[in-house]
Each structure stands twice: as structure tokens, then as C-alpha cells.
Design a protein around this ligand. Structure first.
Ligand code: PMP
Length: 384
């Protein structure tokens, strides 16, 4: 089998596996004061430093959660605290290409969530965002804006710094979903000028079911989503998912040290893939090829091939890839990202995403499958 769906999830990497095996033998609760508890606390603190380093943050600003989806539901709320004083956010602006965990708007009433368009290139429309922010009624509360750093379907890098400058000029809060960016481009919360960043362990070689909400400071914080024993400085109660947190930390450290070297190799593999697809089907459309993209993602349409049929056909050839929209729940539907880019979503699209363990052989097997599938697709109309 050839696994080319790293944006859906990355297989557990060796550093995370080794760290977790050790952590499994530690008996303590990180909140206990005895030696066993302190040993667990030390391991959690180490992971906090490792995750913080990956995104240029202070360890105290990292809150572990059950994943990026929980972090999004935590931070996307109208209720904030500035120190002890309550602070109201009256409207959430989300780019039209956000992952559903952001697009659903977290704890905001759906009527208080507005979508920001993207251009036909798949990049968030900053002029549209500025117009919306200028029209925002600040007497009702602050605006909050969520723009992802890297889109999970297209791999297109979004102009987060520019968006953040607009948001801050209008007295708003900037939330950045860095889930698909964290081991593909360098991520620095201060350089991005983000107030909050969201990261997920399982996209960077760590275990599934753990992620983090990272804040820029400690003063301005969202109302907790999960209340109870006050773990994570009261921001997220419940005994930490200790083994997973430790694995996440190890994966973050490995990602930070290795991604520069990996990316050149991954970019060469993706080029081999895209050149090879063009040789086998000159009408293949590669979405986002003319704008800045991360090195590992290729999102393409083969005219005449539906997403669902294509995904199954590749699977039967032993190649695991994804249709753009099937990131979460096994749904194979139309891509909201393609729709937002003004493309006909009925065209269908497939996503191949590579990772640090992808080899030339994997690419060649994918190309062999691509050649077969492209050759036998049922063409209609002009595409022939
Ligand atoms: N944001 C993006 C961009 C994603 O790709 C994903 C995972 N598909 C998520 C958020 C959700 O992450 P998690 O699985 O950790 O909840």
C-alpha cells in the first residue's frame, strides 16, 4: 500500500513512539505532589516546552486540548477575560476555506459568524476582510478573525500577517489555525502577529487526540470550554492525556529540527508527481500551482473523474489519497474550498499529500495508478 494522505493524518513517527513507550510506564498523575506525580509533571512540562518551541511561544501559553477541534471550540467564543474583566467579542469572521472545526464558529451563535471570501487563487481576500472590519460595530464588542496559515485541501499559504495587521488596526483578535503549517513552514506566533494559534499532534507525527491552543499572552483568555479540577491553569480541566501529550512534544521537537531538510526532498517528490501527472494526462488541473503552497500537497482535478470514483479507484490500486473535502468524517462530498475559489465543485478533485517517509517509489506507484485511471475515465464533452 502507498500512503499519500498525510494531511488527513501522519503515521506515528519514531520520536513520538519512543517517548510514549517510556511515558506509558510512568504511573503518576501530573497534578499529584508525590514523586510519581512530579515525574509525570516533569514530562508534561517538557512537552509544553517542545510544543511552544515549534511555534515560537512561551511554554506557559500552551494549553493542551484533545485536538485542534477542541482548541477551536475553546477559543471561538464571544466570552473573553482581560485579566479579571469580562470582554465581549461580538462577531466572528472566518475565511470561506477554513476547516469545519473553525467554520462552524465554535461557541458563537451562527448568526454572529460571517464568512470572508477568498480569491479565485484560493487566497483569503484581504480587501473584503478590511471592508468587513471597517463596517464592524465596535460598540457591540470586538471582532474576531480566523484565517488558517495553510489550507488542508490545497496547501495554499494564506497571508496571515497581513490579515493580522488589519485585524489589530481594527481592535480585533486574530486566531490562526496552524494545523497544516506546523511542520511544513516555520511558524512563529509573534511574527504572524496572531493572538491565538491552534496546532494538532497527529498531523506532525504525534498521536491522535491531542492538540493545543497557544496564546500570545496570559492576560486575554477565552472562557474555559471544559471546567472542573483546574488543570492547565484552569483553562482546560481534566487530567492531561499524559502519554499523548508526551508524544506530541516529541513529535514537535522532531518537526522543528527536521522540517527544513525534509521540505526540499518533499518538494522534489511533489514536482516529480505533478510533472508525471501532466505527462500522463495533459488536461489535469493543479489547483493553486501559481501561488505559494506548502511542499507536500497536490490538489488536482482530472476532468471526467468524480472525487468519489477517483478516491475508490486509487484505493483499489493500493494508493491511499483523499478527495479534498474528506478530511474528517469519511464524507466524500463537494469541496467547499473549490466552491469558495469559484470552481465548479462538481468537477471533483483529489488530494495527494506527502510526508517525511514518502519515497520515490511511492510517487512512482501513485503515477502508475494515475496513468491507468486517467486512461479509462469516462470523458464527457470538451474534456475529450
Ligand atoms: N484544522 C485543519 C486545517 C485540519 O486539517 C484539521 C484536521 N483535519 C483540523 C483543524 C482538526 O484537527 P483535529 O483532528 O486535531 O481536531
Amino acid at each position: 500500500r502507498t500512503y499519500l494522505d498525510w494531511n488527513a493524518t501522519a503515521p506515528l513517527g519514531a520520536p513520538a513512539r519512543a517517548a510514549m513507550m517510556e511515558a506509558l510506564l510512568l504511573p503518576g498523575n501530573a497534578s499529584s505532589v508525590h514523586g510519581e506525580g512530579r515525574a509525570a509533571r516533569t514530562a508534561v512540562d517538557k512537552a509544553r516546552r517542545q510544543v511552544a518551541a515549534l511555534v515560537g511561544a512561551e511554554p506557559v501559553h500552551v494549553t493542551f486540548t484533545s485536538g485542534a477541534t477542541e482548541a477551536a471550540n475553546h477559543v471561538l467564543t464571544p466570552e473573553f477575560r482581560m485579566g479579571r474583566a469580562p470582554l465581549k467579542v461580538s462577531r466572528l469572521y472566518v475565511s470561506a476555506i477554513e476547516h469545519p472545526s473553525i467554520r462552524e464558529g465554535g461557541r458563537f451563535d451562527p448568526a454572529d459568524v460571517t464568512e470572508v471570501a477568498v480569491t479565485s487563487d484560493g487566497v483569503v481576500d484581504l480587501a473584503a476582510l478590511e471592508t468587513m472590519l471597517a463596517a464592524h460595530d465596535r460598540s457591540a464588542g470586538m471582532p474576531m478573525v480566523a484565517v488558517m496559515l495553510v489550507n488542508n485541501e490545497t496547501g495554499i499559504i494564506q497571508p496571515v500577517e497581513e490579515a493580522a495587521a488589519l485585524v489589530h488596526a481594527h481592535g480585533g483578535l486574530m486566531v490562526v489555525d496552524a494545523v497544516q503549517a506546523a511542520d511544513r513552514v516555520s511558524v512563529d506566533i509573534a511574527a504572524l502577529d496572531a493572538d491565538f494559534l491552534i496546532v494538532s499532534s497527529h498531523k506532525i507525527g504525534g498521536p491522535k487526540g491531542v492538540g493545543a491552543l497557544v496564546s500570545r499572552g496570559e492576560v486575554l483568555m477565552p472562557k474555559p470550554l471544559i471546567r472542573g479540577g483546574g488543570q492547565e491553569k484552569g483553562h482546560r480541566s481534566g487530567t492531561e492525556n499524559f502519554h499523548a501529550v508526551v508524544g506530541f512534544g516529541a513529535a514537535a521537537e522532531a518537526a522543528l529540527h527536521e522540517f527544513g531538510d525534509r521540505n526540499g526532498r518533499i518538494a522534489a517528490l511533489r514536482d516529480r508527481l505533478e510533472v508525471g501527472m501532466r505527462e500522463r494526462a495533459s488536461d489535469v488541473m493543479i489547483h493553486g500551482e501559481n501561488v505559494a503552497r506548502v511542499a507536500n500537497t497536490s490538489f488536482f482535478t482530472l476532468p471526467g473523474l468524480k472525487s468519489e470514483t477517483g478516491q475508490i479507484a486509487f484505493d483499489l490500486e493500493g494508493v491511499a489519497l483523499s478527495s479534498g473535502s474528506a478530511c474528517s468524517s469519511g464524507k466524500v462530498g463537494e469541496s467547499h474550498v473549490l466552491t469558495a475559489m469559484g470552481r465548479d465543485p462538481k468537477l471533483g478533485a483529489l488530494r495527494i499529500s506527502l510526508g517525511p517517509e514518502t519515497t520515490e517509489d511511492d510517487i512512482d506507484r501513485a503515477l502508475a495508478a494515475f496513468g491507468k485511471i486517467a486512461g479509462r475515465r469516462k470523458l464527457t464533452g470538451e474534456a475529450a
